[in-house]
Design a protein around this ligand. Structure first.
Ligand code: NDP
Length: 336
């Protein structure tokens, strides 16, 4: 994989903005930039739609009185971006060079040149890596209590993890579920003390220390046993004695952290200690003028579809302002 010299392309090949990543942030940026007449190109990556394609019903995206399906919402965002004039390319960027102008991004299919870049590659949930966990994802196994907690009203649920996310999600789940069992592999949480205290004060939350989940139990569909039915329990293992126990459970939430999808940018842009890209507070700008970030790739606090969409809008507006002060803005309409 080699980056081409800047003289190897003509102006006709240079995009105003290349958007990398097809979640709510990327699609919203595409919608805005298309409406600015900037003919943006969005490269989807390997999981078009991002984390929302892993969820089922979405109730917390404003504008829909009835629950909608996560994958459907992403299809709508894609279609809306295309209807506004954005181009979508099903390709994966493997390397970037932000040290040259125009910027260069190498995909599986081809190299892209752009005056500005919006990075919206999202973050990937960390999972326990159990086959049974994968099988029941979206059918009782979830990584987002805020998204799916309401579907477990008066049910017994377990949550794995010991950080702020697990503590916050356990507290949130306790507002809906009958019981919440927080399972942690050690005997102390790393969550903030104030959150821990709130958690310990909730009678329906039970703490299971020094345990890990080793299996998810459940049914399969009557007409097709190859498909998941619903979760009925979990098998946990004591990390000190290795003793295994089955616990009846209606749902399992995994909250052991996220990994931002930033590997290809780490050489080019600063990240925090967890690998999230850094931006100027109150803006989507990075340390490189013309490179902007939006969504979960730079946000480990809110991580919601609606906040990612808002950040996509911010990045598009910042990119538009950047393009307006570039000399090449006189030739914007030639792209693609
Ligand atoms: P963290 O990395 O803080 O915590 C992950 C937890 O999962 C740890 O307790 C860890 O255990 C456990 N864990 C990791 N891998 C496994 C595994 N394979 N099996 C079982 N358990 C595992 O992630 P969070 O998502 O909680 O938080 C990420 C960042 O976001 C943090 O900086 C956090 O403070 C921040 N955040 C802030 C919030 C706020 O301020 N309101 C809300 C939510 C997050 P162990 O402790 O043993 O390592």
């Amino acid at each position: 994989m080699t980056l081409e010299s800047p003289s190897a392309f003509s102006n006709q090949d240079i995009l105003n903005t290349l958007i990398i990543g097809a979640g709510p942030a990327g699609y919203t940026a595409a919608i805005y930039l298309a409406r600015y007449g900037r003919n943006p190109l969005l490269v989807t990556g390997m999981q078009p739609g991002g984390q929302l394609t892993l969820t089922t019903e979405v109730e917390n995206f404003p504008g829909f009185a009835e629950p909608i399906q996560g994958p459907w919402l992403m299809d709508q965002c894609r279609d809306q971006a295309m209807a506004c004039g954005a181009k979508i390319e099903y390709d994966t960027i493997n390397a970037v060079d932000f040290g040259v102008r125009p910027f260069q991004c190498i995909g599986d299919a081809r190299t892209y040149y752009a005056h500005s870049i919006i990075i919206s590659t999202g973050a990937a949930t960390k999972w326990l890596d159990l086959d049974s966990e994968t099988f029941y994802r979206g059918h009782g196994v979830s990584s987002c209590a805020t998204c799916d907690g309401r579907f477990f009203k008066d049910k017994d649920v377990a949550i794995v993890g010991g950080g702020n996310t697990a503590a916050e999600e356990a507290i949130f789940l306790s507002q809906h579920a009958k019981t919440v069992t927080l399972i942690h592999r050690r005997d102390a949480l790393r969550a903030d003390k104030v959150l821990q205290q709130r958690l310990f004060d909730i009678p329906k939350v039970r703490l299971l220390w020094n345990h890990k989940v080793v299996r998810v139990l459940g049914t399969t569909q009557e007409h097709n046993p190859a498909l998941p039915g619903k979760v009925t329990g979990i098998v946990v293992e004591n990390t000190l004695s290795q003793e295994q126990t089955s616990l009846p459970m209606d749902g399992l939430f995994v909250a052991i952290g996220h990994s931002p999808n930033t590997d290809i940018f780490k050489q080019a842009l600063p990240t925090d200690s967890d690998g999230y890209l850094l931006s100027t507070p109150g803006s989507s700008a990075t340390s490189i003028p013309g490179v902007f970030v939006a969504g979960d790739v730079q946000d480990h606090v809110y991580r919601q579809a609606v906040t990612a969409a808002g950040q996509g809008c911010m990045a598009a507006m910042d990119a538009e302002r950047f393009l307006q002060i570039q000399p090449q803005h006189h030739t914007q309409d030639m792209v693609q």
